[in-house]
Design a protein around this ligand. Structure first.
Ligand SMILES: [Zn+2]
Length: 236
């Protein structure tokens, strides 16, 4: 007999497999990130078909077989439906789902990542927002900090001194900021200013609501995008 496992989970990703199957990446409360096969799920007759939407919070059930996990039940509890009507919010929620699917490789449960995901999706759903870039970056830096990748932002990661001249670099591969003198010759060009540094520190101390109120300029958005992508590349 197979054990039937039950947990809450957010559907992050789906890939079509075979004629009618789909492999889901689900972030679950009790088991962390899971890959679960939805057998026959693309058939019109599948009962689970309507209950496996990307970015929905669902009560899921699965069994563990020799070849992997198979989805045996799913009931949607929250579709984060209002996100769908707003393009900006939808894009941000999708980016969050992609980041979760990519950054979380292990299978351990992690209360912090779970709460952060639900808190952020719920906030996106409930809040009228003109801008969502700060919400994404709040999520990004807090997720990675929770996974043990908190960047060193107070002192240069080489000489351990506060950068004196105001020219600061973010060095993704070295885990934090660097002063001009210590910057390795082969470093990627992530020059940042004290404004970006303040924003990164603020994300660490704030919650999603206070973070969402930060007004980011276009150039700050581009810089945050560049350093977060660079940071992710070096740790994965
Ligand atoms: Zn230095």
């Amino acid at each position: 007999m197979f054990v039937n496992y039950k947990t809450s989970g957010v559907f992050l990703k789906e890939i079509d497999k075979g004629e009618a199957d789909q492999l889901f990446t689900i972030y679950t409360k009790d088991f962390g990130r899971l890959e679960v096969m939805g057998k026959g799920i693309r058939k019109m007759t599948s009962k689970l078909r309507s209950q496996t939407r990307i970015l929905s919070l669902s009560d899921v059930e699965f069994i563990q077989g020799k070849a992997g996990k198979t989805l045996t039940g799913s009931i949607i509890r929250d579709k984060f439906g209002e996100i769908g009507a707003d393009l900006n919010k939808t894009e941000t929620a999708k980016k969050i789902a992609q980041l979760m699917a990519k950054a979380l490789r292990g299978q351990e449960r992690d209360e912090k990542s779970w709460s952060l995901l639900l808190e952020t999706l719920l906030f996106l759903k409930k809040t009228d927002l003109r801008e969502t870039a700060a919400v994404y970056h709040y999520f990004f830096w807090n997720l990675l900090a929770g996974l043990g990748y908190r960047p060193q932002l107070d002192v240069c990661c080489f000489c351990k001194l506060k950068p004196a001249c105001g020219i600061i670099y973010f060095e993704p591969g070295d885990g934090g900021i660097s002063c001009k003198a210590c910057r390795p010759p082969d470093a990627r060009d992530f020059q940042i200013d004290s404004g970006i540094l303040r924003i990164l520190k603020f994300f660490e101390e704030s919650n999603v609501e206070t973070a969402s109120r930060i007004k980011l300029t276009e150039s700050q958005k581009n810089k945050l995008e560049a350093i977060s992508t660079g940071f992710l590349d070096t740790i994965l």
